[in-house]
Design a protein around this ligand. Structure first.
Ligand SMILES: *[C@@H]1O[C@H](CO)[C@@H](O)[C@H](O)[C@H]1NC(C)=O
Ligand SMILES: *[C@@H]1O[C@H](CO)[C@@H](O)[C@H](O)[C@H]1NC(C)=O
Length: 256
């Protein structure tokens, strides 16, 4: 009876692994988003290493070098694209959920942790850093890198598209306790809308539906003031200049 039970177990395991293998993408790799890098493991171990780490969303595996890269992003995230890379295999974490061992099923480990344990012990241990614990100012983001987020590694933060640096520096290091050194880079938005010079002022017109307070915040990121059009004369002048733009009053005008 014991033998039969064991066989059933193995068979079920093989059936469920099929989903994982079927969903692998061949000759594809997600670059620059490495959570951690693990050499000398099998593809199955690579998937399992991803499963036990809360911060892992996908993995790349290079068969010729038996080399595993765990990613903190996946191709489901906007703007993340897989590159054509001969010999690599790409897999998303959710397709390997059957590898969730009992000990990890109900784990409440944090993004910087992995779940560890045995039959009678459940726990989490620090694994590496994670972008979610970076305390970044608006418009600042972690840049792509060939380095993992492992302890001791240094990374750079950069200004997001549509913004430029306005002080501070962009180096940040992952410390041994999975926290980051302080980031002080500041980025200022640039005008992505229509620029007009009226009189001796420059106006940036951005067509966005924002609350007054959000518009104000957006403006201060631009280093500008939200223009309060307080005379009919001024409104008339601006609407003359921006004739193609309707409803001058209701939308935000940013004077720079
Ligand atoms: C990562 O390494 C590849 C070569 O292996 C290089 O072409 C690429 O520019 C590097 N990317 C970064 C962000 O350093
Ligand atoms: C991590 O270590 C740094 C430097 O040793 C320390 O300043 C910081 O408070 C520590 N952070 C946590 C969350 O323990």
């Amino acid at each position: 009876m014991k033998l039969i039970a064991l066989l059933l177990c193995v068979c079920e395991g093989m059936l469920t692994l099929k989903e994982g293998y079927d969903n692998l993408q061949w000759n594809k790799r997600l670059e620059g988003r490495f959570l951690t890098i693990i050499p000398r493991v099998s593809p199955l171990d690579c998937a399992e290493e991803c499963i036990v780490r809360t911060g892992c969303l996908s993995f790349n595996y290079l068969r010729s070098a038996i080399f595993c890269e765990l990613n903190y992003a996946s191709d489901l995230i906007e703007d993340e694209v897989l590159t054509d890379s001969i010999g690599w295999i790409y897999g998303r974490k959710e397709h390997w959920s059957m590898l969730m061992t009992n000990r990890c099923l109900k784990s409440s480990c944090r993004q910087v942790e992995k779940c560890i344990g045995s039959l009678n012990y459940n726990g989490c241990s620090l694994s590496q850093c994670h972008p979610s614990t970076l305390n970044l100012r608006p418009n600042v983001e972690l840049s792509k890198s060939n380095m993992s987020l492992d302890f001791g590694n240094t990374h750079t933060v950069v200004c997001a598209e549509g913004s430029v640096p306005s002080g501070g520096d962009g180096n940040v290091q992952c410390l041994w306790n999975a926290s980051w050194t302080t980031v002080n880079l500041k980025c200022r938005s640039t005008c992505t809308g229509t620029k007009k010079n009226i009189g001796n002022r420059e106006y940036c017109y951005m067509r966005e539906h924002l609350s007054w307070s959000l518009a104000k915040e957006q403006c201060s990121l631009l280093g500008a003031h939200l223009l309060e059009i307080d005379t009919w004369q001024e409104n008339y002048q601006i609407s003359q200049q921006l004739q193609s733009l309707q409803r001058v009053f209701c939308e935000g005008f940013f004077g720079i």
